[in-house]
Design a protein around this ligand. Structure first.
Ligand code: AMP
Ligand code: GLY
Length: 447
């Protein structure tokens, strides 16, 4: 009998934040995966994961570097390249790519498009009005008709920061005007969605789709606000965890989310002739045990991706390349572990001031003996570091302004995973390091 051995396959990851570093870590454990390339560079991935990096100025150059480096799979991390139509271009040239088309990326790129799309197919969501400067009076009247607080959302992409939740109608009207005049979020805010506030708890639910069918991954919870107790401005996310306790997520809720939200969405896209290929991220609010869709994102969440990937038993490469090629994986297997991640940000992240301290040198505490083994994820039991927004100078790593590092803790229960994450958070330091101390509090309330 003849044995065929497949050569290791090179992968290109587009994007260079924490989510992409986590994807590289997961891919690296797979013998089927050869070189891992980043575009643009993630300096810490170069330092600790021996990742390579590529540059390109336009789609044609991207295709050229992909062909020159025999790249077998392209994984697109963030929304911006998807909104740039990279997936369509690469698919057209026969390159397997994990990431939806530009047409489907509109589900994240325009909140107005997304709200209209889901309202037409009766997906439960908050009541809303779409307002531009021409119909600002209608906006003022809708604000008057709603109970407090009032939710205002910039239509376009704002890196997770385009949502205001306001406790006064006067302030809501002022902010609406500022947004529409382009003073708050530039062009992204010139169309605004005004929404009723939904009072519940949030879930991040991810569905992998090959265009024909989909599978749901275990739910996560993110922590959007900058400070403990869900106080302060909205951020891209300050920490996440999975698995959720049964009172927050269970089979009954998953069925409702599939039947009321995900199935009608994927089915409609297919009927429209634009089947969804990639990961769809549903931001969901649970109110009185019923799911409401807050938003769709057309990518993995960051930092949700960081907690999901270490729980995967089925190799990530197999999953991403199958879905990219339109094939289906019937069962994705998971380890029976809990993961908690905590984002370590600069002191000025999501604030309205800029600190002079960045880039700030990253140091490791001598007392943390486990640290060495967690830098490259060498099967560490306790967890590992994920480097998001950093700079490398003379082989020394610096934290940039923003979400710089993510610490990931693993455990056989949520408490242990959380303790391990916070242990790692104290092992690494940089000037002005800020992090929330209450990640996973909703799960811990129940034990
Ligand atoms: P989005 O970008 O639409 O997910 O909004 C960012 C965050 O704002 C969400 O994760 C929620 O925490 C909050 N949010 C958005 N819409 C609503 C709403 N209608 N009611 C309550 N909170 C909301
Ligand atoms: N963590 C939420 C997001 O990625 O948008």
């Amino acid at each position: 009998m003849q044995h065929t051995r497949t050569l290791p396959q090179s992968v290109l990851i587009i994007g260079n934040g924490g989510r992409e570093y986590a994807i590289a870590l997961a891919l690296q454990q797979d013998k089927e995966v050869g070189d891992i390339f980043f575009a643009p560079q993630n300096p810490a991935a170069t330092l600790y994961l021996n990742a390579k990096s590529l540059t390109y100025k336009n789609h044609d150059e991207l295709l050229q570097v992909i062909q020159e480096n025999y790249i077998a799979l392209v994984v697109i991390g963030p929304e911006a390249p998807l909104m740039d139509g990279i997936s369509d271009f690469l698919r057209l040239h026969g390159i397997p790519v994990f990431g939806p088309s530009l047409a489907n990326a509109q589900l994240e790129g325009s909140k107005a498009y997304m709200k209209e799309f889901i309202s037409n197919i009766h997906v439960p969501t908050a009541r809303y009005r779409e307002i531009m400067l021409e119909n600002i009076i209608e906006g003022f009247a809708f604000i008057e008709s709603l109970p407090l607080p009032i939710v205002l959302k910039a239509n376009g992409l704002c890196g997770g920061k385009g949502v205001l939740i306001l406790d006064s109608k006067t302030e809501a009207k002022e902010k609406l005007q500022e947004m529409l005049e382009g003073k708050l979020f530039g062009d992204s805010g010139k169309k605004v969605i005004i929404e009723e506030f939904l009072d519940g708890y949030e879930l991040s639910v991810f569905a992998l789709s090959n265009g024909d069918d989909y599978v749901v991954l275990p739910a996560c919870q993110d922590h959007k606000r900058l400070f403990d107790g869900d106080k302060g401005p909205n951020t891209g996310g300050m920490g996440a965890y999975t698995k959720l306790p049964k009172n927050l997520y269970n089979d009954d809720l998953e069925e409702k989310i599939k039947n009321k939200i995900l199935t009608p969405t994927f089915q409609t896209l297919k009927n429209m002739g634009q089947p969804y290929q990639g990961v769809l991220f549903a931001g969901i609010m649970i109110v009185k045990n019923e799911p409401y869709l807050l938003e769709y994102n057309v990518r993995f969440g960051d930092p949700e991706c960081e907690v999901l990937l270490p729980t995967l038993k089925t190799p990530l490469f197999k999953i991403l390349s199958s879905f990219a090629k339109g094939e289906k994986i019937d069962t994705i297997e998971f380890y029976d572990i809990y993961c908690v991640c905590v984002v370590l940000s600069s002191s000025d992240y999501a604030q309205n001031f800029k600190s002079e301290n960045y880039p700030a040198k990253i140091t490791f505490q001598d007392s943390c003996k486990d640290v060495d083994s967690t830098l490259q994820n060498k099967d560490s039991e306790i967890g590992h570091f994920i480097f998001a927004n950093t700079t490398l100078k003379d082989r020394i790593l610096y934290a940039n302004s923003g979400r710089a590092v993510v610490v990931l803790g693993k455990g056989k229960n949520i408490q242990e995973a959380r303790d391990n994450a916070y242990k790692l958070a104290t092992c690494i330091d940089f000037e002005g390091k800020h992090y929330r101390k209450d990640i996973g509090y909703q799960a811990l309330k129940n034990i």
